[in-house]
Design a protein around this ligand. Structure first.
Ligand code: NAP
Ligand code: F7E
Length: 344
């Protein structure tokens, strides 16, 4: 029976990974940050099955303590300030958590149990201004945000501890992955939540930034399986996890509206572009420059060949199924919110 320690357990990926490891018989420990109100986030439904430890990525003592308590055989480092836009507002905090925090966790492992296997949540944001299409494990990096730069440090220190100390450390270079548990500030969930609100008559319009940005979007539930597989191999290595498909933010919005029976046609250009509901003539999508970023990652598309061949990883949830799941979940959540507001 193995022990796993998950940092960022109450986030999107942490919750799906906890479910996966529990189903495989692991004892699952999870790191939570102390907050004024206890918040189990995405693991509230399984909180009784998880052993929580209060710790913070910026506090190495707390991570050493977490390693002592958990006696972890595997650590999955998913904790991060993960919202790219915020990384320009909080560059130092992002660096301390997403870059230095990785060294803190690696040092805690080295001190308490150097045999422990380590997964680092690296990201396609490291490719940034892409140097090749599609991107794979050999594509040079060119990050475009404090988030991307911090994650690049995390990537290299993970590789460095493998080469310097012989630790079993892996980088999963994961492309965007979404789902029903995604934070509402990320574009996909912002779209599916707002589409549900427009459909149910409690919002008029969806305001977005760069509609032309292209992303390779998969479902988080599929991607956490790749994390687990990386730590089960004979040798540690780094892997790209992606779908090999790319779509614009505009495409995502159009498809999400289709899921609630609305046909939206886009017209105009730049900040004047709008999306119109062809049935009513109402403008349901507008561009708001407040959502533009100081530097943009325009195009991401990954090549998952190595993960497919070496790990036997395959995604099971298609893009269409993912949007369907997100929209139907948000329709149910918003309906419940409306009913609750009506009964107060
Ligand atoms: P998420 O939902 O934002 O979850 C992030 C988690 O990190 C939360 O549990 C958060 O806890 C925790 N955290 C933040 N700062 C912390 C700190 N100082 N100490 C301890 N915990 C802290 O992110 P996600 O989408 O699940 O992503 C998981 C990881 O994969 C992240 O490292 C992200 O950067 C990376 N990644 C994500 C994607 C993607 O598309 N989802 C792609 C590539 C890589 P609180 O609840 O306390 O804030
Ligand atoms: O933006 C554009 C925005 O915030 C996607 C994180 O999980 O994946 C995620 O980072 C694109 C960008 O995700 C809005 O400019 C347009 O081009 O959903 P996002 P992200 O920045 O790709 C990577 C792999 C990670 O590692 C990160 O942790 O959509 N966009 N209009 C918008 N984005 C947002 N958020 N809101 C808008 O209104």
């Amino acid at each position: 029976m193995k022990n796993a320690l998950i940092t960022g357990i109450n986030g999107q990926d942490g919750s799906y990974l906890a479910e996966l490891l529990l189903s495989k018989g692991y004892t699952v420990y999870g790191i939570l940050r102390r907050k004024s109100v206890v918040d189990y986030g995405n693991v509230a439904h399984i909180k009784d099955k998880i052993k929580f430890i209060y710790a913070d990525m910026t506090d190495v003592v707390s991570l050493i303590n977490a390693m002592r308590i958990s006696q972890a055989d595997e650590v999955y480092n998913l904790a991060a300030q993960s919202f790219v836009a915020t990384s320009w507002e909080q560059p130092i905090a992002t660096t301390e958590i997403d870059a230095v925090g990785v060294t803190n966790m690696l040092e805690a492992i080295r001190l308490i149990n150097p045999k422990c296997r380590f997964y680092q949540a690296s990201t396609s944001e490291m490719f940034g201004k892409v140097q090749a299409i599609p991107q794979d494990e050999n594509t040079p990096f060119y990050p475009r945000s404090p988030y991307g730069v911090s994650k690049l440090y995390g990537y290299w220190i993970t590789k460095n501890y493998r080469e310097s100390f012989g630790l079993y450390t892996c980088n999963g270079i994961l492309f965007n992955h979404e789902g029903e548990r995604r934070g509402k500030e990320f574009v996909t969930r912002k779209i599916t939540d707002t589409v549900a609100r427009i459909k149910l008559g409690c919002q008029d319009c969806l305001e977005l930034g760069n509609l032309n940005a292209k992303r390779d979007w998969g479902h988080s539930k599929d991607y956490v399986r790749a994390m687990y597989l990386m730590l089960q191999q004979d040798e540690p290595d780094d892997y790209v996890v992606a779908t090999g498909e790319t779509r614009t933010v505009r495409d995502f919005a159009k498809i999400a509206f289709e899921k609630v029976g609305m046909n939206v046609e886009f017209s105009g250009e730049g900040v004047d572009e709008i999306g119109t509901d062809t049935a009513t003539g109402k403008v349901v999508v507008k561009v708001n420059p407040d959502f533009f970023r100081p530097a943009e990652v325009e195009l991401l598309i990954g090549n998952p060949k190595k993960a497919e061949e070496k790990l036997g990883w395959k995604r099971e949830i298609s893009f269409d199924q993912m949007v369907e799941r997100m929209v139907s979940t948000d329709l149910a959540l918003v309906s419940r919110e409306i009913k609750l507001a009506g009964s107060l």
